[in-house]
Design a protein around this ligand. Structure first.
Ligand code: FES
Length: 324
């Protein structure tokens, strides 16, 4: 089944605010007026934007709140439909169907200190983490890097918060002294400190490669990608999937995803982002070597080759036997 949400919740859009240029926030409350499921910092929800479109958005209000969820959406010029619909179609009073919060981007509660790095709209889960850490009086520092003040969401909320002194703003168009000094921050791993990063892929790649070069242990690096960059499919070859339960073989054509092939064959696999970032479609691999193209699993999980994301990943062997 495509775009499946495991637990449906009907919510009403109770507020929609322009937080910055091309960034709008949406406050969602339960249609029945009750409490919403509790969530932890770093959580996201699936939002059914239309019948055929489900998108993931991080929760950016305080996890101490149960009366509402707040999400923020950036209008993307290259939108595949989700951000455009949220900006142009969804209005206050509308009802939306969402999924219960899921969390792939958790705070390490045993860390002595937390270094939070956000690029642009990546502030959404990071802000929720800051709220959570401030409530727990944990040691943390947040750096928010954006193109300009006009494009900085939640600037006023942060400035008025009780943790404002822990937040540093860095604007690409600002003077040199205020720019984010990645080298200085990450050149050396800091004992007991965990690093969290969210933002555009280029920003995240730069942060993660600087941190790895600086010797930060992998278990201290926490990240969540919003979307993947398109990958050229020119050199892709077709391959086969075999279902372990029945022995049935499904051919994946060149130019077709494994998920599309399975769906075409009437085999249901839950999916959501279809870009390899959410993990919804993760499927166990029993035999064969996947060609991992997702940003969801860690390098260690990729190396194990015992699961893959059929929405984007392919195969290095002619056949993958799946636990389906
Ligand atoms: Fe999101 Fe495959 S559907 S990773």
């Amino acid at each position: 089944m495509k775009n499946e949400i495991s637990q449906y919740i009907n919510v009403r859009v109770s507020a929609k605010c322009e937080e910055a240029q091309d960034i709008a926030s949406f406050e969602l409350v339960a249609c029945d007026g009750g409490s919403l499921p509790v969530f932890a910092a770093g959580s996201h929800i699936d939002v059914k934007v239309s019948e055929s479109l489900t998108r993931q958005y991080s929760l950016c209000n305080s996890p101490a709140e149960t009366h509402r969820y707040v999400i923020a959406v950036q209008k993307e010029p290259s939108s595949r439909g989700g951000s455009k619909a949220m900006h142009e179609t969804v209005k206050v009073g509308d009802t939306l169907t969402i999924g219960a919060p899921k969390n792939n981007f958790r705070l390490a509660h045993d860390a002595e200190r937390h270094l939070l790095l956000a690029g642009g709209i990546g502030i959404t889960p990071i802000l929720c983490m800051a709220e959570s850490l401030a409530i727990r009086e944990a040691s943390f520092e947040l750096h928010l890097c954006t193109r300009s003040i006009d494009r900085t969401a939640f600037r006023e909320r942060i400035a008025g918060s009780h943790f404002s002194e822990k937040v540093h703003f860095h604007f690409d168009d600002g003077v040199a002294e205020q720019k984010f000094d990645m080298q200085r921050q990450l050149a050396q791993s800091q004992s007991g400190t965990h690093l969290y990063v969210c933002g555009p892929k280029g920003f995240m790649d730069a942060v993660l490669s600087s941190a790895r070069a600086g010797g930060w242990p992998e278990h201290c690096l926490h990240y969540e990608f919003f979307s993947a960059e398109p990958v050229s499919a020119d050199s892709d070859e077709g391959f086969e999937l075999q279902l372990a339960s029945s022995g049935r073989i499904v051919a994946v054509r060149k130019g077709q995803t494994a998920l599309e092939a399975l769906t075409e064959a009437g085999i249901e696999v839950a999916s959501s982002c279809e870009q390899g970032v959410c993990g919804t479609c993760a499927t166990r691999v029993l035999v064969g070597i996947p060609d991992h193209r997702d940003l969801y699993f860690t390098a260690e999980q990729h190396a194990a080759n015992d699961q893959f994301t059929p929405c984007c990943s392919r195969a290095k062997t002619t056949r993958l036997v799946l636990d389906l």
